[in-house]
Design a protein around this ligand. Structure first.
Ligand code: NCD
Ligand code: ZN
Length: 351
């Protein structure tokens, strides 16, 4: 008999987009309600490239979540010009936990990203020396490369040479989507890990075309074929400490998704831990959920495990059709209007 109620250590989200302004106020409480901590992506417009900007952003996040104990773990956005001094300032700040590599043009707000990773050697050397992780959006941007192959080609063209030049650099290969990425991480040294989203575990690329174009299933890296999803499920449920939870919850206004050129990003923060619980349950791996969601991330980042617990129960509930994003805009959440079979029931921080 598989359990219908489980208690696990409160999880952390090792990759989330909290946005800014009204949208931040709308979405941050979802993440703060489930997770003790989250690694907050810096791809605002303009991007968070300096410690000074990160200080200002973290203040806005803390204001948005009110009196919650939630701790935002901040990141800096790597550019061609990021200096070793900026890395040193980030290390000293203590609240900046990582630096994010967006290849220029790869995804939402990546225009300020890196044009050639070799231009970043000073910053990367400083990060390797002080143990600051590099978080990688692992896709090449060459338009000649098929969009479904961009992660695989990134491993060959960028990641392998990079990790050969900086063998001790801590790297998180973010939101991996392919069997190629799983294999790369498995064969790499212990300073290389990966996050896996709920949507890449739950869906294959057919979901984008089910009965018509489904813009709310479009994200980057784009969801791949079933064989890749199976590899991700195997990695996430295998109990291997190199793989941990990162939702990549990326809210966009409904109109920005349902248009002739829709934005990439899937919002999953409203039911993040429930999506993972349901998936792990379906694969007979509920006993592996806690380590994936709550232990392997902090271990990689050299942070303590959370002491609080949460309770999840096998109960059907219906996900709302939409949530407010700003005064005039809504967002469409993952599985909008559908029934999910696990629910976070006891969210008492004293528990
Ligand atoms: C993210 C966003 O909207 O900021 N979109 C996405 O599809 N994941 C950017 C990113 O993480 O690539
Ligand atoms: Zn992301």
């Amino acid at each position: 008999m598989t359990p219908t109620k489980i208690q696990i250590t409160r999880p952390d989200d090792w990759h989330v987009h909290l946005r800014d302004g009204d949208a931040l106020k709308a979405v941050a409480p979802f993440t703060a309600a489930q997770f003790a901590r989250a690694v907050v992506m810096p791809n605002l417009s303009p991007a968070v490239t300096t410690v000074v900007q990160a200080v200002e952003y973290v203040d806005r996040i803390v204001a948005a979540i009110g009196d919650s104990d939630f701790e935002p773990l901040m990141t800096l956005y790597l550019t061609d010009d990021t200096s070793a001094d900026e890395i040193e300032r980030a290390r000293k700040s203590c609240f900046i936990k990582a630096v994010k590599l967006y290849p220029a043009g790869a995804t939402t707000n990546s225009a300020q990203g890196v044009t050639d990773i070799r231009l970043c050697d000073d910053a990367l050397g400083a990060m390797q020396d002080c143990g600051m992780p590099l978080l990688v959006h692992g896709e090449v941007t060459d338009p000649a490369i098929d969009v479904f192959d961009r992660e695989k080609v990134f491993i060959e063209q960028i990641l392998l040479p990079l990790t050969n030049r900086f063998p001790k650099l801590k790297v998180v290969f973010e939101h991996i989507t392919t069997a190629d990425a799983v294999n790369y991480v498995l064969n790499a040294s212990s300073n290389i890990a990966a996050t896996i989203t709920a949507h890449h575990l739950m869906y294959n690329r057919n979901a984008m075309f089910q009965g018509g174009m489904r813009p709310h299933m479009y994200c980057l890296p784009v969801i791949k074929r079933e064989q890749h999803r199976q590899a991700l499920i195997h990695a996430a449920t295998s109990g291997n400490r190199k793989f941990f939870l990162g939702t990549d919850s990326a809210p966009h206004a409904r109109h920005a998704k349902e248009t002739s050129c829709g934005c990439a990003g899937i919002f999953s923060a409203h039911a993040a831990i429930e999506f993972y619980a349901s998936l792990f349950d379906r694969h007979g791996a509920l006993d592996k959920l806690e380590a994936f969601a709550s232990f392997y991330g902090p271990d990689f980042y050299d942070l303590p495990w959370n002491s609080e617990k949460i309770t999840l129960q096998k109960t059907d509930w219906t996900i709302p059709e939409s949530y407010p994003l700003t005064e005039d805009e809504n967002l469409i959440p993952m599985m909008a209007g559908e029934t999910l079979n696990w629910q976070l029931v006891d969210n008492d921080p004293e528990n």
